[in-house]
Structures are given as structure tokens and as C-alpha cells.
Write a protein that binds this ligand. Structure first.
Ligand code: NAP
Length: 270
């Protein structure tokens, strides 16, 4: 069985990956504060600042695939991934790195594909571009970039927040933000497929169609409850123009069962 090491296995994305992969791979995972649903000997408390412990772990386990779904202080994350790359670059390990739609948040004039050059305005987007570039330079094809939009899950903070809004009877929505979404469960299935089929390069994962954030939230709420909820229409950055924030893909290597619309994701969530 192939060995899989997940950095950040206790997070939203990490937990879904553990659940999806635990029967197909020999899975190991790290957490910072919340232990993981893995046997005791297969989980490790690891701070992103502790690169020595990370290197010891990688040396001892020699994982076939490493997934990074960490958060933490940006400079520490950059250093962590630089040291990780140097540790694995002469090995057979492949690194799957979670990046974000925010690598394009400096250009909202169109949705972006894997062929577009990242252009970020936010510190988060700029940090992710820096980390992507460093990994690509050090690891070439050994690093696979997984860019994702907002992730929803049945137990995600986002859905919990929406449920609180339903209780309160009012929810803010953005009618000028057009984007796609993804669920933790579908993302885990997609990444498992990418690993098992040794797919390489940059991936934009997300629903295949676009919706305004307002449409997505209103439809999701409509499927969750019969209660009367007031949607408070907001404009992103208080500007009337449309903000395009979708991750489009020009790749066609995922099978049909792993490609879904925003509406199908909404049905999966309720
Ligand atoms: N969720 C989204 O909508 C979204 C969208 C785009 C991109 N992403 C990217 O996808 C990745 C995963 O996101 P997520 O939503 O699953 O994040 P998350 O739920 O916040 O989980 C983050 C993981 O990192 C660990 N962590 C946090 N601070 C740490 C530190 N100082 N040292 C070591 N570990 C630390 C957490 O450990 P504990 O939980 O044990 O504290 C957890 O395992 C991230 O890289 C994020 O940038 C996420």
C-alpha cells in the first residue's frame, strides 16, 4: 500500500482527505491543536515552525505522496515548504500543494484557467504565489499545484455560519461576485484520483459552472430551511461592477463522476 503523509490532517480539507484515503493508502497525518481520526501511531503533533521534526518525519516515513493543507504564519509556511522541498527533491515522493483562487485576486475582469499567470493583490494571494513558485522551482514536476475556491462541507465553519444566519433570519450576500465553489468531499475524491493516476501540473478544481455568491447562498439556504430569511444584498468593495473570481479548468483528465455543477454541490451539502 502506498504511503500518504498529510500535513494539516486535522483541518477541513485534511479531515476529508483522511476519510477518503484511509482505505486505499497507508495514511499518516499531522495536526497542531486538534488530534486526527487516525491510529495514535500514525498521527503527529507538528508546528509549522518545527522544520527539524518535519524532516525527521519525512526521513522515517519515506511517503510516496505528501499533501500540504496547512495554515499558519506565512513566513513560517514558506520556510517549511522550502525545507520540505529540499528534503524530498532527490526522492520518489510527490508533493500536492493546496493553493487558492486568491492567486488571481489582482484581476477580477475574468475567471482564470491553469494557463493564466497568477496576479494577486491580497497578502494571502501573494504568499500563495510565492510558495507555488518556490515549489515549482525546487521540485519541478514533483510538485503538483491544487488551486481551490471556497470549500464547503457538512461540518465546515462556512456552513455553520450560514446556519447561524438562518437562526437570526438575515444573511449578507454579494450579488456582484461571480465564482465557483467546491465541497470537501468532492475535493478529496478528486485529489485521490489525481494521486492514483499520477497526474501532474497545475489543477483548478471547483464546480464547472459559475454563479453569483448571492445565488449560491440563496439556493443553499432554500434547500436547508423553510424559514423566512432576509437576504441583504451587498456589493463587493461597494462597486457596481462584476467581480469574476472563478477557477476555470482547461484540463479534462478527471472522469465525469468527479465533475459537478454548483447546484449538484448544493444537493450534496443538504
Ligand atoms: N477552506 C477553504 O475554503 C480554502 C480555500 C482555498 C484554499 N485553501 C487552502 O487549503 C488548505 C487547507 O485549508 P483548510 O480550510 O482545510 O484549513 P483549516 O481547516 O484551517 O486547517 C488547517 C490545518 O493546518 C493546521 N495548522 C494551523 N496552524 C498551524 C501551525 N501554526 N502549525 C502547524 N499546523 C497548523 C491545523 O491544525 P489544527 O486544526 O490541529 O490546529 C489544520 O490541520 C490551506 O492551505 C488553505 O490555504 C482553503
Amino acid at each position: 500500500m502506498k504511503k500518504l503523509l498529510i500535513f494539516g490532517a486535522s483541518g477541513l480539507v485534511g479531515k476529508a482527505l483522511v476519510e477518503e484515503c484511509k482505505d486505499s493508502f497507508d495514511v499518516y497525518g499531522t495536526y497542531a491543536t486538534r488530534p486526527v481520526d487516525l491510529p495514535q501511531e500514525k498521527q503527529f503533533q507538528l508546528e509549522v515552525s518545527d522544520t527539524d521534526q518535519m524532516k525527521d518525519m519525512v526521513k522515517a516515513l519515506r511517503p510516496d505522496a505528501i499533501i500540504s493543507c496547512l495554515r499558519g504564519e506565512f513566513d513560517q509556511q514558506l520556510e517549511f515548504h522550502r525545507e520540505l522541498s529540499l528534503e524530498i527533491r532527490n526522492t520518489e515522493s510527490t508533493l500536492y500543494y493546496f493553493s487558492t483562487a486568491n492567486v488571481f485576486d489582482g484581476d477580477f475582469t475574468k475567471h482564470h484557467t491553469e494557463e493564466d499567470t497568477p496576479n494577486a493583490a491580497s497578502p494571502y494571494g501573494k504568499f500563495k504565489i510565492g510558495c507555488e513558485k518556490m515549489l515549482q522551482e525546487l521540485l519541478l514536476e514533483q510538485a503538483v499545484m491544487i488551486r481551490i475556491p471556497q470549500i464547503w462541507g457538512k461540518k465546515s465553519p462556512r456552513l455553520d455560519q450560514l446556519k447561524s444566519g438562518i437562526e437570526e433570519g438575515t444573511i449578507d450576500v454579494y450579488s456582484n461576485l461571480v465564482c465557483n465553489h467546491l465541497t470537501d468531499e468532492l475535493l478529496a475524491k478528486q485529489l485521490k484520483y489525481i494521486i492514483l493516476h499520477h497526474l501532474k501540473g497545475v489543477f483548478h478544481l471547483g464546480a464547472i459552472d459559475m454563479m453569483t455568491q448571492a445565488q449560491f447562498v440563496e439556493e443553499l439556504v432554500g434547500n436547508l430551511t423553510n424559514k423566512d430569511v432576509t437576504f441583504h444584498d451587498c456589493l463587493l468593495e461597494d462597486k457596481p461592477e462584476t467581480f469574476h473570481f472563478g477557477l476555470k479548468s482547461i484540463r479534462n483528465d478527471l472522469p465525469e463522476r468527479l465533475v459537478k455543477t454548483n447546484r449538484a454541490l448544493i444537493s450534496d451539502l443538504v
